[in-house]
Every structure is written in structure tokens, then in C-alpha cells.
Write a protein that binds this ligand. Structure first.
Ligand code: MN
Length: 258
């Protein structure tokens, strides 16, 4: 009889483990999706994930839908190979570029949230010689470096520019490196990382804002007085603390609209 009872006993334990998804984190992730859509960083495409604080080898991300319409029921769990781990997630449509997230989490233990977007004003900086550099103090994190991923170097000509395989995810994570907060993706967008979900949302937003302001500065003409590396790094430290304030506002707005 023990043989029969033990599988039955195991099943509720597995369900209990699944139900331990932190409801606050799920709500944060929903708020992050809606916020970055409202702020014009994400359109119908793009995605945000958060590492599971209860199991660093897994992450939470929406099923493949437009981020603006994400709800708690859409959040699923993937392992760092970006495969589902829960029976209830079987058959759900997954983001095709999810390998961006899993491979960055593998390469960067300091990263607990990832935003991949087609941030519109950032894209011109991926296809020209103009380097995206920090000029706005909120964007001091750009001083950590802004590497550019050229997919042709890794997959040759003729791709759709998307990160559709684990190997391309690894290549992208390698280009991001050990320190940068942003990796640009040529003709595509960017991937932004942070130590917390609010900070990654903040950084994704201010990457777009800095790009808009840099474009405006280029239009005005003349040399641009960018932040120095020392200023950028000091600002980054300050903004790691300060990102809680806009996050509280954004989260409240996003969840009120649910
Ligand atoms: Mn994409």
C-alpha cells in the first residue's frame, strides 16, 4: 500500500511548491509589464522576467502575449534553459526569445530581472556610429558600458535578428558582459538588466529617455557634454536607491488599471 500512497503524497507536495510563487512578485511582474507598455518602451512585443527569489535557477515571465494585457494568470515559471517546469504550464505559448532571459541569469548571478524591448529611440543607436552614452543623471547606469550585439557575427546573414536559440542567448549574454546594465541589439532593440525588478524597469525606461535626449542634443548640434564615468557611476549608485519612488507610483497606476 505504501507504494500506492507515496506517489499520491508526492503530488500535493509538488503543487504546494508551485503555489509558493510569491504573489507580490507576480503582481510586481504584472505591474512591470503594464508600466513599460504604458511608457512606450514595450509595444505589442518585448518581455520582462524576474528571477525566482525562492529558487535562483528559475525565473518568472508572462506567457507569450502583449505585455500590456498581462495578468497574474499569465505568469509562468521557466528554468534557466528556458523550459517549463510546472505541469500546469504545459501547452502554453512561450516567448520565442525567452533564451535572452535564461542565458543572462546563468551568466550574471547579480541580475534578478531582465527587460527585453524594441525601445524605439534606442534602435537608431544600434545601426549608426553614434554611441549611446549617459547624459541624464537617471541614466548613469549607461556608464557601466553599452555593448552592441551584432547578430551577423554569430549567426551570419539572413536571420530575422531574433534570439531564437540557447546559443544565441549565450552569445548575447557574453556581449552584455559582467558589468553592463544594457546590451544593444542591432536593428532590434535592447536587453536591460538590474539587481531588482523595479531597478530593471527604471533602467529600461531611462535608457529610452536618455536616447531621446541624446537624439535631441545631436539635433541641437555642437559637442555634447556627457557625464563622466565617475559621475555616471555615482549616479548609478544613487538611482539604485531612488528607483523605489517612481516604481511605487508606476505599480499603483498599473494595478489600478487591472
Ligand atoms: Mn525582440
Amino acid at each position: 500500500m505504501n507504494v500506492k500512497t507515496s506517489p499520491r503524497a508526492a503530488a500535493p507536495r509538488r503543487r504546494a511548491a508551485d503555489s509558493r510563487l510569491d504573489p507580490d512578485l507576480v503582481e510586481d511582474l504584472v505591474a512591470a509589464n503594464r508600466t513599460l507598455a504604458r511608457l512606450g518602451v514595450l509595444d505589442a512585443f518585448g518581455h520582462i522576467s524576474a528571477r525566482d527569489p525562492r529558487d535562483p535557477h528559475r525565473y518568472l515571465i508572462s506567457r507569450s502575449i502583449a505585455p500590456e494585457s498581462a495578468t497574474a494568470a499569465d505568469i509562468l515559471v521557466l528554468d534557466l534553459d528556458s523550459q517549463i517546469v510546472r505541469p500546469q504550464d504545459e501547452g502554453k505559448l512561450l516567448y520565442r526569445e525567452r533564451f535572452i532571459h535564461g542565458e543572462i541569469y546563468k551568466a550574471r548571478p547579480d541580475v534578478n530581472a531582465v527587460v527585453h524591448s524594441h525601445s524605439p529611440t534606442v534602435v537608431p543607436f544600434t545601426v549608426t556610429r553614434a554611441k549611446l552614452r549617459p547624459l541624464l543623471h537617471n541614466a548613469g547606469f549607461l556608464g557601466l558600458g553599452v555593448p552592441l550585439f551584432e547578430i551577423r557575427k554569430h549567426a551570419g546573414d539572413g536571420t530575422d535578428l531574433m534570439i531564437l536559440t540557447p546559443n544565441l542567448g549565450k552569445d548575447l549574454a557574453r556581449k552584455l558582459g559582467k558589468e553592463a546594465a544594457v546590451v544593444l541589439m542591432r536593428g532590434h532593440g535592447d536587453s536591460v538588466v538590474g539587481p531588482t525588478l523595479p531597478n530593471a524597469v527604471f533602467r529600461a525606461y531611462y535608457t529610452e529617455i536618455n536616447a531621446r535626449q541624446q537624439l535631441a542634443a545631436i539635433t541641437i548640434g555642437g559637442p555634447i557634454n556627457f557625464m563622466t564615468r565617475a559621475e555616471a557611476l555615482t549616479s548609478n549608485d544613487a538611482m539604485l536607491r531612488a528607483s523605489a519612488r517612481p516604481w511605487a507610483l508606476w505599480r499603483k497606476r498599473a494595478l489600478a488599471a487591472c
